[in-house]
Design a protein around this ligand. Structure first.
Ligand code: Z5A
Length: 225
């Protein structure tokens, strides 16, 4: 199974991927791989560094979409497809919906070009489930800023630096994707406390992907949602 997490900055994707991975490892007995985009493979991580530094920004959203796609091709070929072929569950922090939202809806790239690019890059390797963590963009940016301050990080990246209006367009874009593809996508209220978000995600995964739990182990005490 291939599960992707999407949403704006600071929505809690990394936090919730780690929690769901631990839950699935305990309950399904299957191998679970966690990964991210851009990145997830050596070559894709190199492209990530260039993209988040803002190197490609002056070349416009089409050039950025091509670079995200180049990273995705390597990630798919070297990590995602081999893991799925081995029967492992892959949890990915962002995937092609982020290109649709960031370079498309918020960046202004023609949706027709984007869909053709996605068709070539992703092919049949579409997510079985996409969890869209929906959060007020101001709250997400505040969380990301607080985290950066705590970690004494170097600063904000190329996309965090965009205006609030850009992030508001992103939120709308992710909601539109969910409305257009309700079988693949589920919107999760990411404004709740982490435990409540985790419980909503567990319930959604159990309802949407029952096959994952076909050989489920009994839930240990303390592992309840
Ligand atoms: N991008 C693109 O433009 N096109 C593409 O095709 C792709 C990506 C694939 C990657 O950045 C950037 O690339 C991204 C889109 C663009 N834009 N930016 N920036 P990234 O990987 O560095 O960052 P991110 O994907 O946006 O994730 P993030 O900012 O790291 O946030 P997150 O993973 O969603 O959240 P988190 O790290 O789990 O939580 C953030 C903080 O909030 C942290 O301190 C948590 O402890 C806290 N937190 C988490 N959950 C909660 C709740 N429920 N309540 C309160 N506090 C919480």
């Amino acid at each position: 199974m291939f599960i992707t997490f999407e949403g704006g900055e600071g929505a809690g994707k990394s936090t919730q991927i780690a929690r769901l991975a631990a839950h699935l490892r305990a309950r399904t007995g299957r191998s679970v791989v966690t990964t991210r985009e851009p990145g997830g493979s050596a070559k894709a991580e190199e492209i990530r560094a260039a993209l988040l530094s803002g190197l490609a920004k002056p070349h416009g959203p089409f050039a950025e979409a091509l670079l995200f796609s180049a990273a995705r091709i390597d990630h798919l070929d070297t990590l995602i497809r081999p893991a799925l072929a081995r029967g492992e569950t892959v949890l990915c922090d962002r995937f092609s919906d982020s290109t649709r939202a960031y370079q498309g809806a918020a960046g202004g790239l023609d949706p027709d070009i984007l869909m053709r690019l996605e068709h070539v890059v992703v092919g049949e390797t579409r997510p079985d489930l996409t969890l869209i963590l929906d959060l007020d963009p101001a709250a997400g940016l505040a969380r990301a800023a607080a985290r950066a301050k705590d970690a004494q990080a170097e600063g904000i990246d190329r996309f965090e630096a965009e205006a609030l209006e850009f992030h508001t367009r992103l939120r709308a874009a992710f909601r539109t994707i969910a409305e257009a593809e309700p079988v693949r996508c589920a919107v999760i209220d990411a404004g709740q406390a982490p435990d409540a978000v985790e419980a909503a995600i567990r319930a959604t995964v159990a309802a949407r992907l029952p096959a994952l739990f076909a050989d489920a182990r009994p839930e240990a005490s303390g592992d309840a949602a």
